[in-house]
Design a protein around this ligand. Structure first.
Ligand SMILES: Nc1nc2c(c(=O)[nH]1)N[C@H]1C(S)=C(S)[C@@H](COP(=O)(O)OP(=O)(O)OC[C@H]3O[C@@H](n4cnc5c(=O)[nH]c(N)nc54)[C@H](O)[C@@H]3O)O[C@H]1N2
Ligand SMILES: Nc1nc2c(c(=O)[nH]1)N[C@H]1C(S)=C(S)[C@@H](COP(=O)(O)OP(=O)(O)OC[C@H]3O[C@@H](n4cnc5c(=O)[nH]c(N)nc54)[C@H](O)[C@@H]3O)O[C@H]1N2
Ligand code: SF4
Ligand SMILES: [Mo]
Length: 733
């Protein structure tokens, strides 16, 4: 028997666990009482890790498809055969159509993300992307970058507690967004830290919030500008910060005059007095911190909305203060991304879209645009994208406009997919590779996402089947293709990271990965007011309310807002057919995006997807609470189970994302039954600066689905062991 310290990655991660290993198997997993971010806490996802590792459906060895695409017919092959097939086909396609015809895709921030980018660069493909690239964290990070030269988040870990938290388009009590853990928001609720919440829908926070601004979905930018206008005109801003540390205050003031309370109220539906009250509270609470989520990014206004919101904690004097909205400490680097391997001519060919923040004009970090890259697979324009290597991305479920994704993936000449389980997306691949779960992987990473409070260790405690870490597979494919990955093994990369950590913080110098595994983590003391000593990492050295860099690229140097493309205001012609506003998302505790639907202990906690609506809306369309409902947009229709929320606007509907049904079986797994992205749109118009697409404010209609077989199928799968009282189902633990 042996015990190991390892960080969980059941979400973005950060809870340290103690894993007990007996006879080569993990037999016990308990949260580490000393874990610097979790302090002995864990959630249901992390606690189910043993069930996940030894699940009967887990992929244990590589597979090759032997029938037509989507036929569900596979044969097991060895790693040797898998590598041979991958390497020879990739070499052929690169030879025939150039390295840019091979795309790689991943999902949200998982352990291998840095090495995923490194792999893309080693492959010399500019078409590396992720389903979160342009609509999750990217716009917020870019907003921070173009405004402060930095990103920031809540100071949950310092000695001073936040005096209040602005929670905008996020539900961190469940999602623990940005790599934060949900425990911290729950602590804040218990401590009664005042919350100002901006959300169209009631959630775990709105009930106890000091102020809840229930805006119309997709109007966040207008509200942020309206709040900034009040803060400036009523002279509630922090004079010392504005005078000494900002650039472009007069220009921002002038811009905000376009956003008087009456106009903002008409657009957002937030009463005028609440806009003023929000500005007053946000200026008077000290220190004020901010949690914001992907709701503000999944919009054609993503970048400018994020810029406007980012300015609020700063203008009110809470930027990088103890207990406030604090900067990253940059404890350790990630693995070297090897951008020098991407040849300049190839780099120019990337399918980035014509978006200045994403196409290299304004920022060196370029992402292939997920929807445009899919479109290239489907149509061969601007050139054919023929091969795809996908690791940690259930594209059919998480990418916008799933039917478009389906057609695109079916058009590929060669598709390699890596995951823990078969998924609807895996069924369209040629080769499927079995991925290692977090207790089976060596890594070092910093958390939380915004700001490196700690460097944490993951370590390989056991081998399950023939599963391999994504990192190992990237390295091996590169080696066999004759490409230089720049390291012989994972440990070498981790030792480089730790060596740099030691250079940045000499108190940790000399620690290598072997020693780090014993330590489990490193958590230096928090630092503040970085900008006072080193200025802001922007062109002017100031916090840029007005951005000369954006202006030069022809983008708007000041935040602004436009109506979204499919709303009651922009498309009144659609209202007779599609009278309701649909938003998607709303994370639940047992699941991580599309993961975990096959984990029985988790599924029992939330067996079915819920669509929230006002009771009067239900009544109007002949729907009772608990009924299965069709939700339909211009793109298609899905079904979810009705949940009534009296505090929702009568014309707003919110459905869950991430749903498919492992119990429906191969090859489809019910991928198009309840999947929110059947309803969404990925085609332009996109956010003009960064290319984001609209997932959170679309027009829909709803009607009853009288004979839905989803519950009966579920019950047959889960067995007799089901939750007895149906009214207790679907409650978040
Ligand atoms: N348990 C769990 N945790 C997760 C995830 C998970 O799937 N499960 N996913 C992870 C990922 S990748 C991410 S990006 C984060 C996401 O976490 P969050 O950013 O918290 O995202 P959601 O829970 O989808 O949505 C948050 C809130 O946005 C609101 N909302 C919807 N439309 C709008 C709008 O137009 N404006 C505003 N202001 N609000 C709106 C919803 O009502 C909801 O309360 O969570 C991460 N953590
Ligand atoms: N309509 C709508 N769509 C959305 C969102 C929304 O709110 N609404 N949210 C968006 C956001 S914020 C994001 S970040 C994206 C997320 O999109 P993705 O990250 O692509 O999410 P998933 O669809 O869950 O796909 C993840 C797959 O990776 C597998 N996996 C997990 N960890 C690993 C690993 O370490 N290695 C390998 N090889 N596989 C692994 C899982 O089993 C799962 O099948 O979705 C976006 N899509
Ligand atoms: S909160 Fe995230 S890191 Fe912590 S136990 Fe749950 S899944 Fe794991
Ligand atoms: Mo995300």
């Amino acid at each position: 028997m042996a015990e190991f310290k390892a960080a969980c990655r059941g979400c973005h991660g950060g809870c340290m666990y103690i894993l007990t290993v007996e006879d080569g198997k993990v037999v016990k997993a308990r949260p580490d009482p000393d874990g610097p971010l979790n302090r002995g806490r864990g959630c249901v996802k992390g606690m189910s890790i043993i069930e996940q590792m030894y699940h009967p459906d887990r992929l244990l060895r590589p597979r090759r498809r032997i029938g037509p695409k989507g036929s569900g017919r596979w044969e097991d092959i060895s790693w040797e055969e898998a590598y041979d097939a991958i390497v020879s086909r990739l070499m052929e396609i690169r030879e025939e159509s150039g390295p840019e015809s091979v795309a790689i895709i991943t999902g949200t921030g998982r352990h291998h993300l840095p090495q995923f980018w490194r792999f893309g660069n080693v492959l010399n493909t500019p078409n590396a992307t992720s389903s979160g690239a342009l609509i999750c964290l990217g716009p917020r990070k870019n907003a921070g970058d173009f405004t402060a030269g930095h990103f920031a988040g809540v100071d949950y870990y310092g000695d001073v507690r936040p005096g209040g938290i602005l929670v905008w388009g996020a539900n961190p009590a469940i999602s623990g967004a940005d790599g934060e853990l949900s425990f911290h928001m729950r602590d804040a609720l218990r401590e009664k830290i005042p919350l100002i919440v901006v959300d169209p829908k009631p959630n775990e926070l709105t009930g106890s919030a000091k102020l809840w601004l229930r805006l119309r979905p997709g109007t966040d930018g207008a509200l942020a500008l309206g709040i900034l206008h009040q803060i400036i005109e009523r002279d509630w801003y922090d004079h010392e910060f504005v005078e000494h540390y900002t650039y472009g205050f007069e220009a921002l003031r002038e811009r905000c005059t376009r956003w008087p309370a009456r106009r903002v109220s008409e657009i957002t539906r937030v009463p005028e007095e609440q806009i003023v009250e929000a500005a007053r509270l946000l200026s008077s609470i000290k220190p004020l911190a901010m949690e914001w989520g992907c709701a503000v990014e999944q919009s054609t206004n993503a970048f400018q909305t994020c810029r406007a919101i980012f300015m609020i904690p700063a203008m009110t004097g809470n930027y990088d203060v103890p207990g406030g909205f604090v900067e990253s400490m940059e404890i350790a680097p990630t693995a070297d991304l090897l951008f020098d391997r991407l040849e300049p001519e190839t780099a120019e060919k990337g399918i980035y879209g014509d978006y200045p923040i994403n196409d290299g004009r304004l920022s060196p970090k370029r992402f292939a645009h997920p929807w445009l890259t899919m479109e290239a697979m489907r149509t061969g324009r601007p050139y054919p994208v023929r091969a795809l290597i996908s690791s940690a991305n259930n594209t059919l479920i998480s990418a916008p406009d799933s039917r478009h994704s389906y057609e695109s993936l079916c058009s590929l000449d060669f598709f390699v997919y890596m995951d823990f389980f078969m998924t609807p997306t895996a069924e369209l691949a040629d080769i499927v590779l079995p991925a290692a779960l977090w207790p089976e992987v060596d890594s070092v990473f910093c958390m939380p996402e915004f700001g490196d409070v700690a460097a944490l260790c993951m370590q390989k405690t056991v081998q399950v089947g023939e599963c391999k870490s994504d990192e190992e597979v990237f390295m091996e494919i590169s080696r066999r293709m004759g490409l230089d990955y720049g390291a012989e093994n994972q440990e070498e990369i981790l030792n480089d990271i730790l060596a740099e950590l030691g250079r940045r913080r000499p108190e940790y110098a000399g620690i290598d990965f072997r020693q780090f595994k014993k330590l489990g983590w490193i958590a230096p003391k928090r630092e503040y007011f970085g900008y006072k000593t080193r200025g802001f990492a922007t062109e002017t050295g100031k916090f840029e309310l007005f951005s000369p860099r954006l202006q030069r690229a022809g983008a708007d140097p000041l935040p602004d807002w436009r109506e979204v493309p499919e709303s009651p205001v922009s498309r009144p012609d659609l209202l007779p057919e599609y009278p309701l506003i649909l938003t998607t998302g709303s994370r639940t505790m047992p699941f991580f995006i599309s993961n975990n639907r096959q984990i029985r202990s988790l599924r029992k906690l939330h067996p079915f997807p819920l669509v929230s609506m006002h009771p009067a809306t239900g009544e109007k369309y002949g729907i009772r609470e608990g009924d299965w409902v069709f939700i339909e947009t211009l793109r298609g229709r899905i079904t979810q189970k009705a949940k009534f929320l009296p505090d929702l606007d009568e014309d707003v509907v919110s459905c869950e994302m991430g749903w498919w049904y492992p119990e429906a079986g191969a090859p489809g797994y019910g991928w198009d039954e309840s999947n929110a992205n059947i309803l969404t749109v990925g085609a332009p118009p996109h956010d003009p600066e960064g290319g984001a697409y609209q997932l959170r404010a679309l027009l829909c209609r709803i009607y009853p689905n009288p004979d839905c077989g989803i519950e009966a199928r579920y019950q047959a799968w889960i067995g007799t062991d089901i939750v007895a009282n149906p009214h207790k189902q679907n409650r978040n633990p």
